[in-house]
Design a protein around this ligand. Structure first.
Ligand SMILES: [Zn+2]
Length: 131
């Protein structure tokens, strides 16, 4: 098995991949980037929480123009994972309005995004339809 490293530090790899958010201990706001103070209440204390793996598509855009080297079209979405808003691409689905809709149920999955010269795989995440 090749070594794997997550593309972003809030993706925890394993038998079951998870997204890890930093939750403000004062107000419960969740953030994926490291920050010194909460954007909602200016609290400075955070703890890590696991984000539910399943969610609902709240917004999406079918992207047909992107920087050179990025395959298009793809679906960029905002997924509501039981109250935590997560930005990610939809994968394992045809990128057209017949197959993607608001309110569809999706589940976190991992996507291999590249391999370096020593065989280490970089792993990103996406959301795929449930069922
Ligand atoms: Zn806060």
């Amino acid at each position: 098995v090749a070594d794997q490293i997550p593309l972003v530090d809030y993706l925890a790899l394993g038998a079951v991949p998870r997204l890890i958010a930093h939750e403000c201990t004062a107000c419960g706001a969740r953030f994926f980037d490291r920050r010194n103070a909460c954007a909602s209440c200016t609290g400075t204390s955070f703890h890590d929480v696991q984000v539910p793996r399943e969610g609902t598509v709240r917004a999406f855009t079918i992207v047909s123009l992107a920087a050179p080297g990025i395959p298009v079209p793809f679906v960029a979405a905002v997924v509501d994972c039981d109250g935590t808003s997560v930005r990610g691409n939809l994968v394992n689905v045809l990128p057209d309005p017949d197959h993607v809709s608001l309110g569809m149920r999706v589940r976190l999955t991992t996507v291999k995004v590249g391999t370096d010269g020593s065989g280490v795989e970089a792993i990103g995440y996406g959301f795929e339809p449930v069922g």
